[in-house]
Design a protein around this ligand. Structure first.
Ligand code: ADP
Length: 260
C-alpha cells in the first residue's frame, strides 16, 4: 500500500494525473455521446420505412383482396420501402463496423480509367434517363482496394443522378495531378450545393432540406461512407459546387503513377 502511495507522488504529479484522467474521460464521454446520437439517428431513419410498411399492410388487409389497384399499389410500395431499408441497414452495418482505422482493404494495382469505364457502363444501364460520358482519361496505375473504390464511385454517380434532372449529363474523368496524385471525378449538371451546406454534407445522416423534400430517397450516409473509404486510402474527397449549375466530386489519391 505504501508503495502505491509513493507512486502517486507529489501534489504536482497528482494534478498531472488528474488532468490526464479527465482528458481520457472527456474522450470517452464524447465517443459515448456520438454512439448514442448514431443509434438515435439510425432508429429514427428506420422508423419511417417501418411506419410506411405498416400503413400499407393495414391497407392491404382491409381492401387488398377486393381491389387489384390497391393490391398493386401496396405491393409496390412495400417492396420499395423494403429495398430502401435493406440499403439503410447495409450502410449502418458498414458505419458500425468500420472507421478509417479499422477498414480492412485488399490492395491491388490497377488502371482507374478501366474502373471508370466499368462504372459508366453499369450506371448507363441502371439510369437510362441520364447520359454518362467520360472526359479526360489519363492512363494511370493506382494502388487501392478496387471494390471499395468502385463503391465510392457508385455513391458519387448515384448522387449525381439523384440531385439532377433526367436528360442531363454526368461526366466521369481520371487525371494525373501534380505531385503524383490521381484524381477521379464525377461531375453533374444538377441543383448544386450552397456554400453553407458544403461543410455539412459529409456528416452522418445530413440531408439538405431540398433533398429531404424530394422523393429521391437516401438516408444521408453515402458521403460519410465514401469519405471513410477515401481517407483509409490516405486520400481526400473534394467537392466544388455552384447552386443551380452542378457539382464536381473528386477523389484525390496520393499514389497515381503514369502507366508505362
Ligand atoms: P443521401 O444522398 O442519401 O441524402 P449523402 O451522404 O450521399 O446522402 O449526401 C448528403 C447530402 O449531400 C444529400 O442529401 C444532398 O443534400 C447533398 N448532395 C450529395 N451529392 C450531391 C450532388 N451531386 N448534388 C447536390 N447535392 C448533393
Amino acid at each position: 500500500l505504501s508503495n502505491r502511495i509513493n507512486i502517486a507522488g507529489t501534489k504536482n504529479e497528482l494534478k498531472d494525473l488528474a488532468t490526464v484522467i479527465n482528458r481520457m474521460l472527456d474522450r470517452i464521454e464524447r465517443s459515448y455521446n456520438s454512439q448514442k446520437q448514431f443509434v438515435s439517428d439510425a432508429s429514427h431513419e428506420l422508423r419511417t420505412p417501418i411506419s410506411v410498411i405498416r400503413g400499407y399492410t393495414d391497407m392491404l388487409k382491409r381492401w387488398g383482396k377486393d381491389d387489384p389497384e390497391i393490391l398493386d399499389e401496396g405491393i409496390t410500395a412495400i417492396s420499395q420501402e423494403t429495398e430502401s431499408m435493406k440499403d439503410l441497414v447495409e450502410s449502418l452495418l458498414f458505419l458500425a463496423r468500420h472507421d478509417k482505422k479499422t477498414l480492412m482493404m485488399e490492395m491491388s494495382s490497377f488502371d482507374p480509367a478501366e474502373l471508370i469505364r466499368e462504372i459508366q457502363k453499369e450506371e448507363t444501364m441502371v439510369h437510362t434517363e441520364y447520359h454518362f460520358k467520360t472526359a479526360r482519361m489519363d492512363p494511370l496505375t493506382i494502388s487501392a482496394d478496387r471494390n471499395m473504390m468502385k463503391q465510392v464511385l457508385r455513391i458519387l454517380c448515384d448522387n449525381a443522378v439523384k440531385y439532377s434532372s433526367p436528360g442531363t449529363t454526368v461526366t466521369l474523368s481520371c487525371t494525373n495531378e501534380p505531385g503524383g496524385n490521381c484524381c477521379l471525378s464525377v461531375k453533374d449538371e444538377g441543383q448544386g450545393i450552397s456554400q453553407e451546406e458544403l461543410p455539412k454534407i459529409f456528416e452522418r445522416f445530413y440531408r439538405s432540406d431540398k433533398a429531404r423534400q424530394s422523393e429521391t430517397g437516401g438516408h444521408g450516409l453515402g458521403l460519410s461512407i465514401a469519405r471513410i473509404i477515401v481517407v483509409a486510402h490516405k486520400g481526400k474527397l473534394r467537392v466544388r459546387s455552384k447552386p443551380g449549375c452542378g457539382s464536381i466530386f473528386s477523389i484525390i489519391l496520393p499514389n497515381g503513377t503514369e502507366k508505362e
